[in-house]
Design a binder for this molecule. Sequence first.
Ligand SMILES: O=C(O)C(=O)C[C@]1(C(=O)O)C=C[C@@H](O)C=C1
Length: 219
Amino acid sequence: MKKLITIILLGLTLVSCTTSREKCEWTRLTGESVSYLGPEGTYTGQAAMLFFGDDASYHAKKTVSDAVTLMIDGKCNFAVIPQENTVGGPVTAYIDELLSHDDISVICETELVIDQALLVKKGTKLSDITLICSHEQGLLQGKLWLEENLPLAQTRVVSSTAEGARLASISDGSVAAVASAAAADVYGLEVYAPRIQESDANKTRFYALSMGEGSILRA
Ligand SMILES: O=C(O)C(=O)C[C@]1(C(=O)O)C=C[C@@H](O)C=C1
């Protein structure tokens, strides 16, 4: 319960810490090692870079649970996870992840504007697409656009938007992904349609976690 209250209070009060890495003033450690929801090209990866910059070493994990477990096992110092989206709402599995460990602290948070794009293999036409892969939040955020433009295509929930992009890149062109334009670069895909999310106010909040009391937080 103490942890729940702490998290709620952090969510409500860390306004000074929500906009940029600069405002998350913690004592920088050398050799920071950070796990996050991967693979390369996720929004969570973007948040991790914002928090920890170029000098950290990064571990892209398949699930949020894997990312948090790596930190709990002492194999990295921090974990970065998504927490809530303005369209899709709170992702309770992630919050459960926090609550299940008494000694995890939220040391900082940030909110990113999420621009979802439809990514395809180069030269693909809309009529070629039979399957769209993304994180459940990506499919939710792009739902209206997808229903209007690809009403016959199937959708598949995968572990992250970047995983969707990876799957599209190894497909025969019939698979598209809802992911970031940055993921298109990582996986050699083309942005077929930018900004397909339902709302221009599409934002996701991310937490940086550490073990212990969160003493490096400067609220
Ligand atoms: O799949 C990703 O790229 C993530 O970082 C996860 C996630 C989420 O869990 O909400 C993060 C931001 C977007 O809202 C879509 C997906």
